[in-house]
Design a protein around this ligand. Structure first.
Ligand code: HMG
Ligand code: MG
Length: 302
Protein backbone atom coordinates (compact mmCIF):
# COMPACT_ATOMS: atom_id res chain seq x y z
CA UNK A 1 0.00 0.00 0.00
CA UNK A 2 1.44 3.36 -0.95
CA UNK A 3 0.65 6.60 0.81
CA UNK A 4 -0.01 9.83 -1.09
CA UNK A 5 2.87 12.27 -1.52
CA UNK A 6 0.64 15.21 -0.78
CA UNK A 7 -2.50 15.64 1.33
CA UNK A 8 -5.05 18.42 1.10
CA UNK A 9 -6.32 19.54 4.48
CA UNK A 10 -9.77 21.09 4.77
CA UNK A 11 -9.87 23.26 7.88
CA UNK A 12 -13.31 23.01 9.47
CA UNK A 13 -12.59 24.71 12.81
CA UNK A 14 -14.37 28.01 12.12
CA UNK A 15 -17.53 26.02 11.28
CA UNK A 16 -17.52 22.58 12.92
CA UNK A 17 -15.46 23.88 15.80
CA UNK A 18 -17.35 27.02 16.68
CA UNK A 19 -20.81 25.50 16.17
CA UNK A 20 -20.17 23.21 19.13
CA UNK A 21 -18.89 25.81 21.58
CA UNK A 22 -21.04 27.11 24.41
CA UNK A 23 -19.70 30.62 23.80
CA UNK A 24 -20.98 32.55 20.80
CA UNK A 25 -18.01 34.58 19.65
CA UNK A 26 -18.17 38.12 18.27
CA UNK A 27 -18.00 38.36 14.49
CA UNK A 28 -14.57 40.05 14.66
CA UNK A 29 -13.16 37.05 16.51
CA UNK A 30 -14.52 34.61 13.94
CA UNK A 31 -13.09 36.80 11.18
CA UNK A 32 -9.71 37.08 12.87
CA UNK A 33 -9.49 33.30 13.28
CA UNK A 34 -10.10 32.77 9.57
CA UNK A 35 -7.62 35.49 8.65
CA UNK A 36 -4.97 33.80 10.80
CA UNK A 37 -5.76 30.43 9.24
CA UNK A 38 -5.47 31.99 5.79
CA UNK A 39 -1.82 32.73 6.59
CA UNK A 40 -0.93 29.10 7.18
CA UNK A 41 -0.86 27.66 3.67
CA UNK A 42 -4.26 25.96 4.04
CA UNK A 43 -6.08 25.69 0.72
CA UNK A 44 -9.59 25.11 2.04
CA UNK A 45 -11.34 26.70 5.01
CA UNK A 46 -14.97 26.34 6.12
CA UNK A 47 -16.07 29.79 7.09
CA UNK A 48 -19.49 29.12 8.64
CA UNK A 49 -23.01 27.92 7.89
CA UNK A 50 -26.11 29.28 6.24
CA UNK A 51 -28.36 27.37 8.61
CA UNK A 52 -31.04 28.61 10.97
CA UNK A 53 -29.61 30.92 13.65
CA UNK A 54 -32.17 29.42 15.99
CA UNK A 55 -30.61 25.98 15.52
CA UNK A 56 -26.96 27.11 15.53
CA UNK A 57 -26.69 30.57 17.11
CA UNK A 58 -22.90 30.32 17.25
CA UNK A 59 -22.74 30.67 13.47
CA UNK A 60 -25.42 33.33 13.01
CA UNK A 61 -24.55 36.03 10.49
CA UNK A 62 -22.08 33.88 8.65
CA UNK A 63 -22.56 36.20 5.67
CA UNK A 64 -20.93 39.01 7.64
CA UNK A 65 -18.02 36.74 8.44
CA UNK A 66 -17.69 35.78 4.79
CA UNK A 67 -17.81 39.45 3.77
CA UNK A 68 -15.39 40.47 6.52
CA UNK A 69 -12.51 38.06 5.92
CA UNK A 70 -9.49 38.90 3.79
CA UNK A 71 -9.86 36.34 1.03
CA UNK A 72 -6.55 35.02 -0.09
CA UNK A 73 -6.25 33.84 -3.65
CA UNK A 74 -6.09 30.08 -4.03
CA UNK A 75 -8.08 29.33 -0.87
CA UNK A 76 -11.47 27.68 -1.16
CA UNK A 77 -13.72 29.44 1.42
CA UNK A 78 -16.90 27.40 1.82
CA UNK A 79 -20.10 27.51 3.86
CA UNK A 80 -22.63 24.88 4.83
CA UNK A 81 -26.00 25.06 3.08
CA UNK A 82 -28.87 22.81 4.23
CA UNK A 83 -31.68 23.94 1.91
CA UNK A 84 -32.82 26.38 -0.76
CA UNK A 85 -32.93 29.27 1.69
CA UNK A 86 -29.30 28.63 2.55
CA UNK A 87 -28.48 28.52 -1.15
CA UNK A 88 -30.13 31.93 -1.63
CA UNK A 89 -27.98 33.33 1.17
CA UNK A 90 -24.93 31.90 -0.60
CA UNK A 91 -25.90 33.54 -3.90
CA UNK A 92 -26.68 36.90 -2.29
CA UNK A 93 -23.19 36.91 -0.86
CA UNK A 94 -21.43 35.70 -3.99
CA UNK A 95 -20.12 32.65 -2.22
CA UNK A 96 -18.22 30.39 -4.63
CA UNK A 97 -18.16 27.18 -2.64
CA UNK A 98 -20.92 25.47 -0.65
CA UNK A 99 -21.25 22.26 1.34
CA UNK A 100 -24.51 20.37 1.58
CA UNK A 101 -25.04 17.82 4.31
CA UNK A 102 -27.11 14.75 4.99
CA UNK A 103 -26.56 11.52 6.90
CA UNK A 104 -26.51 7.76 6.61
CA UNK A 105 -28.78 7.54 9.65
CA UNK A 106 -32.46 8.53 9.47
CA UNK A 107 -32.65 9.54 13.11
CA UNK A 108 -29.57 11.73 12.98
CA UNK A 109 -30.73 13.36 9.76
CA UNK A 110 -34.08 14.21 11.29
CA UNK A 111 -32.52 15.61 14.45
CA UNK A 112 -29.91 17.58 12.54
CA UNK A 113 -31.92 19.12 9.71
CA UNK A 114 -35.49 18.08 10.49
CA UNK A 115 -35.74 16.03 7.30
CA UNK A 116 -35.59 12.37 6.33
CA UNK A 117 -32.60 11.35 4.21
CA UNK A 118 -34.87 11.12 1.16
CA UNK A 119 -36.32 14.58 1.81
CA UNK A 120 -32.86 16.04 2.22
CA UNK A 121 -31.74 14.60 -1.13
CA UNK A 122 -34.94 15.86 -2.80
CA UNK A 123 -34.24 19.32 -1.38
CA UNK A 124 -30.68 19.31 -2.74
CA UNK A 125 -32.07 18.65 -6.23
CA UNK A 126 -33.68 22.07 -6.11
CA UNK A 127 -30.36 23.88 -6.04
CA UNK A 128 -27.29 21.66 -6.53
CA UNK A 129 -27.58 21.23 -10.33
CA UNK A 130 -28.25 24.98 -10.58
CA UNK A 131 -25.23 25.72 -8.36
CA UNK A 132 -23.06 23.66 -10.67
CA UNK A 133 -24.33 25.54 -13.71
CA UNK A 134 -23.41 28.78 -11.96
CA UNK A 135 -19.90 27.44 -11.39
CA UNK A 136 -20.05 26.92 -7.63
CA UNK A 137 -18.02 24.20 -6.02
CA UNK A 138 -20.25 21.78 -4.12
CA UNK A 139 -19.05 19.48 -1.38
CA UNK A 140 -21.41 16.88 0.03
CA UNK A 141 -21.21 15.61 3.60
CA UNK A 142 -22.48 12.26 4.80
CA UNK A 143 -22.68 12.05 8.58
CA UNK A 144 -22.69 8.91 10.72
CA UNK A 145 -20.72 6.85 8.21
CA UNK A 146 -19.58 4.41 10.90
CA UNK A 147 -22.20 4.76 13.58
CA UNK A 148 -25.04 6.96 14.76
CA UNK A 149 -25.52 8.25 18.30
CA UNK A 150 -29.17 7.11 18.12
CA UNK A 151 -29.17 4.05 15.83
CA UNK A 152 -25.78 2.47 16.51
CA UNK A 153 -23.72 0.79 13.77
CA UNK A 154 -24.35 1.96 10.19
CA UNK A 155 -23.54 -0.37 7.29
CA UNK A 156 -21.07 0.72 4.58
CA UNK A 157 -23.71 -0.19 1.97
CA UNK A 158 -26.10 2.48 3.20
CA UNK A 159 -23.27 5.04 3.11
CA UNK A 160 -22.32 4.03 -0.45
CA UNK A 161 -25.90 4.53 -1.59
CA UNK A 162 -25.94 8.13 -0.37
CA UNK A 163 -22.49 8.83 -1.77
CA UNK A 164 -23.75 7.70 -5.20
CA UNK A 165 -26.82 9.92 -4.95
CA UNK A 166 -24.79 12.95 -3.95
CA UNK A 167 -22.42 12.38 -6.86
CA UNK A 168 -25.21 12.01 -9.36
CA UNK A 169 -26.56 15.32 -8.11
CA UNK A 170 -23.26 16.91 -9.11
CA UNK A 171 -21.15 17.11 -5.95
CA UNK A 172 -17.46 17.67 -6.62
CA UNK A 173 -16.34 15.94 -3.47
CA UNK A 174 -17.90 13.92 -0.67
CA UNK A 175 -16.72 14.12 2.91
CA UNK A 176 -17.39 11.07 5.05
CA UNK A 177 -18.12 12.00 8.64
CA UNK A 178 -17.49 9.75 11.58
CA UNK A 179 -19.61 12.21 13.52
CA UNK A 180 -19.17 10.62 16.93
CA UNK A 181 -15.62 9.42 16.41
CA UNK A 182 -16.16 5.78 17.31
CA UNK A 183 -14.59 4.21 14.22
CA UNK A 184 -11.38 2.24 14.05
CA UNK A 185 -9.06 1.55 11.08
CA UNK A 186 -10.70 -1.78 10.25
CA UNK A 187 -14.06 -0.05 9.91
CA UNK A 188 -12.51 2.72 7.83
CA UNK A 189 -11.11 0.10 5.45
CA UNK A 190 -14.53 -1.59 5.22
CA UNK A 191 -16.18 1.73 4.55
CA UNK A 192 -13.78 2.65 1.75
CA UNK A 193 -13.92 -0.78 0.14
CA UNK A 194 -16.28 -0.85 -2.86
CA UNK A 195 -16.82 2.89 -2.65
CA UNK A 196 -18.93 3.69 -5.72
CA UNK A 197 -16.78 6.68 -6.70
CA UNK A 198 -13.07 7.19 -7.08
CA UNK A 199 -11.32 7.80 -3.77
CA UNK A 200 -9.71 10.94 -5.12
CA UNK A 201 -13.18 12.51 -4.81
CA UNK A 202 -13.57 11.40 -1.20
CA UNK A 203 -12.53 13.27 1.93
CA UNK A 204 -12.53 11.92 5.45
CA UNK A 205 -13.91 13.83 8.40
CA UNK A 206 -13.09 12.13 11.65
CA UNK A 207 -14.11 13.35 15.04
CA UNK A 208 -11.63 12.34 17.69
CA UNK A 209 -13.97 11.38 20.51
CA UNK A 210 -12.28 8.03 21.16
CA UNK A 211 -8.77 9.18 20.18
CA UNK A 212 -8.94 7.27 16.89
CA UNK A 213 -8.83 10.24 14.55
CA UNK A 214 -5.21 10.05 13.52
CA UNK A 215 -5.06 6.27 13.02
CA UNK A 216 -8.27 6.46 11.06
CA UNK A 217 -6.77 9.14 8.83
CA UNK A 218 -3.79 6.87 8.28
CA UNK A 219 -6.12 3.99 7.41
CA UNK A 220 -7.90 6.19 4.85
CA UNK A 221 -4.60 7.33 3.30
CA UNK A 222 -3.55 3.70 2.95
CA UNK A 223 -6.64 3.13 0.84
CA UNK A 224 -5.98 6.09 -1.45
CA UNK A 225 -7.81 9.03 0.13
CA UNK A 226 -5.79 12.27 0.03
CA UNK A 227 -8.21 14.89 1.38
CA UNK A 228 -8.57 15.16 5.14
CA UNK A 229 -10.79 17.42 7.23
CA UNK A 230 -9.45 18.68 10.51
CA UNK A 231 -9.98 21.41 13.00
CA UNK A 232 -7.50 23.84 14.45
CA UNK A 233 -6.67 22.89 18.05
CA UNK A 234 -9.19 20.03 17.82
CA UNK A 235 -12.24 22.29 18.10
CA UNK A 236 -15.52 20.80 17.12
CA UNK A 237 -18.51 18.58 17.54
CA UNK A 238 -22.09 18.57 16.46
CA UNK A 239 -24.81 19.91 18.76
CA UNK A 240 -27.12 17.19 17.41
CA UNK A 241 -24.65 14.36 18.15
CA UNK A 242 -24.53 14.11 21.93
CA UNK A 243 -21.13 13.22 23.35
CA UNK A 244 -19.21 13.90 20.13
CA UNK A 245 -15.99 15.79 20.63
CA UNK A 246 -13.90 17.80 18.20
CA UNK A 247 -12.41 16.85 14.89
CA UNK A 248 -8.94 15.45 14.71
CA UNK A 249 -6.71 18.49 15.27
CA UNK A 250 -5.04 20.13 12.30
CA UNK A 251 -1.79 20.39 14.27
CA UNK A 252 -1.78 16.63 14.94
CA UNK A 253 -2.38 15.87 11.27
CA UNK A 254 0.23 18.33 10.02
CA UNK A 255 2.84 17.12 12.51
CA UNK A 256 2.16 13.51 11.59
CA UNK A 257 2.04 13.96 7.81
CA UNK A 258 5.07 16.22 7.50
CA UNK A 259 7.14 13.82 9.62
CA UNK A 260 6.01 10.98 7.37
CA UNK A 261 7.34 12.93 4.40
CA UNK A 262 3.83 13.75 3.13
CA UNK A 263 3.46 17.32 2.02
CA UNK A 264 0.64 19.49 3.44
CA UNK A 265 1.88 22.95 2.47
CA UNK A 266 1.04 24.16 5.98
CA UNK A 267 3.28 26.29 8.12
CA UNK A 268 3.08 24.91 11.64
CA UNK A 269 4.15 28.12 13.37
CA UNK A 270 1.37 30.13 11.77
CA UNK A 271 -1.08 27.34 12.49
CA UNK A 272 -0.11 27.43 16.15
CA UNK A 273 -0.74 31.18 16.21
CA UNK A 274 -4.30 30.53 15.04
CA UNK A 275 -4.70 27.75 17.60
CA UNK A 276 -3.36 29.87 20.43
CA UNK A 277 -5.61 32.75 19.47
CA UNK A 278 -8.85 30.74 19.38
CA UNK A 279 -8.10 28.82 22.56
CA UNK A 280 -7.56 32.14 24.32
CA UNK A 281 -10.84 33.54 23.01
CA UNK A 282 -12.74 30.42 24.05
CA UNK A 283 -10.92 30.04 27.39
CA UNK A 284 -10.18 26.44 26.56
CA UNK A 285 -7.18 24.14 26.58
CA UNK A 286 -6.23 22.51 23.32
CA UNK A 287 -7.15 18.86 22.87
CA UNK A 288 -4.21 18.40 20.49
CA UNK A 289 -1.13 16.80 21.99
CA UNK A 290 1.12 18.10 19.21
CA UNK A 291 -0.26 21.60 19.65
CA UNK A 292 0.25 21.50 23.39
CA UNK A 293 3.82 20.21 23.12
CA UNK A 294 4.81 22.61 20.34
CA UNK A 295 3.35 25.63 22.08
CA UNK A 296 5.41 24.83 25.17
CA UNK A 297 8.49 25.20 23.00
CA UNK A 298 7.43 28.71 21.97
CA UNK A 299 5.78 27.80 18.72
CA UNK A 300 7.77 24.83 17.88
CA UNK A 301 11.33 23.65 17.59
CA UNK A 302 10.35 21.51 14.66
P1 HMG B 1 -36.80 23.78 10.20
O1 HMG B 1 -37.21 24.37 11.53
O2 HMG B 1 -37.34 22.45 9.84
O3 HMG B 1 -37.01 24.78 8.99
O4 HMG B 1 -35.21 23.73 10.19
P2 HMG B 1 -38.25 25.44 8.35
O5 HMG B 1 -38.09 25.36 6.89
O6 HMG B 1 -39.53 24.92 8.98
O7 HMG B 1 -38.06 26.96 8.81
C1 HMG B 1 -38.11 27.36 10.16
C2 HMG B 1 -37.45 28.72 10.29
O8 HMG B 1 -36.06 28.61 9.97
C3 HMG B 1 -38.03 29.77 9.36
O9 HMG B 1 -37.91 31.02 10.01
C4 HMG B 1 -37.09 29.74 8.18
O10 HMG B 1 -37.05 30.94 7.47
C5 HMG B 1 -35.75 29.50 8.89
P3 HMG B 1 -39.15 31.73 10.73
O11 HMG B 1 -40.15 31.92 9.63
O12 HMG B 1 -39.62 30.75 11.77
O13 HMG B 1 -38.56 32.97 11.29
N1 HMG B 1 -34.76 28.88 8.00
C6 HMG B 1 -33.54 29.39 7.79
N2 HMG B 1 -32.92 30.48 8.29
C7 HMG B 1 -31.67 30.71 7.84
N3 HMG B 1 -31.01 29.92 6.96
C8 HMG B 1 -31.60 28.82 6.46
C9 HMG B 1 -32.92 28.53 6.88
N4 HMG B 1 -33.79 27.54 6.57
C10 HMG B 1 -34.92 27.77 7.26
N5 HMG B 1 -30.95 28.05 5.60
C11 HMG B 1 -33.06 23.73 9.12
C12 HMG B 1 -34.50 23.22 9.08
C13 HMG B 1 -32.27 22.93 8.12
C14 HMG B 1 -33.04 25.20 8.80
C15 HMG B 1 -32.53 23.51 10.56
O14 HMG B 1 -32.74 22.18 10.90
C16 HMG B 1 -31.07 23.83 10.69
O15 HMG B 1 -30.68 24.97 10.56
N6 HMG B 1 -30.25 22.82 11.00
C17 HMG B 1 -28.81 23.04 11.06
C18 HMG B 1 -28.15 21.93 11.74
C19 HMG B 1 -26.66 22.12 11.71
O16 HMG B 1 -26.13 23.12 11.27
N7 HMG B 1 -25.98 21.10 12.24
C20 HMG B 1 -24.55 21.10 12.31
C21 HMG B 1 -23.89 20.96 10.97
S1 HMG B 1 -23.82 19.31 10.38
C22 HMG B 1 -22.44 18.63 11.13
O17 HMG B 1 -21.88 19.21 12.00
C23 HMG B 1 -21.93 17.32 10.62
C24 HMG B 1 -20.66 17.47 9.75
O18 HMG B 1 -19.64 18.14 10.47
C25 HMG B 1 -20.16 16.09 9.31
C26 HMG B 1 -20.00 15.11 10.49
O19 HMG B 1 -19.26 15.42 11.44
O20 HMG B 1 -20.64 14.07 10.41
C27 HMG B 1 -20.95 18.28 8.49
MG1 MG C 1 -18.29 17.26 11.90
Amino acid sequence: MSLPKKVKIVEVGPRDGLQAEALTLPLETRIKLINLLSQTGLKAIEVGSFVSPRWIPQLAESERVYQGICKKEGIDYSLLVPNYKGYERALENKVTSIAIFTAASETFCKKNINLSIEESLEGFKSFVPESKKKGLRVRGYVSCVIACPYEGRISPVSVHKIVSELFSLGCDEISLGDTIGVGTPKQVHELLKNMPVSLDRIAVHFHDTYGQGLVNVYAALEKGVSTVDSSVSGLGGCPYAPGASGNVATEDIVYFLERQGIETGIDMKNLLRGADFIDGELHRQTTSKASCALRKTKFGRL
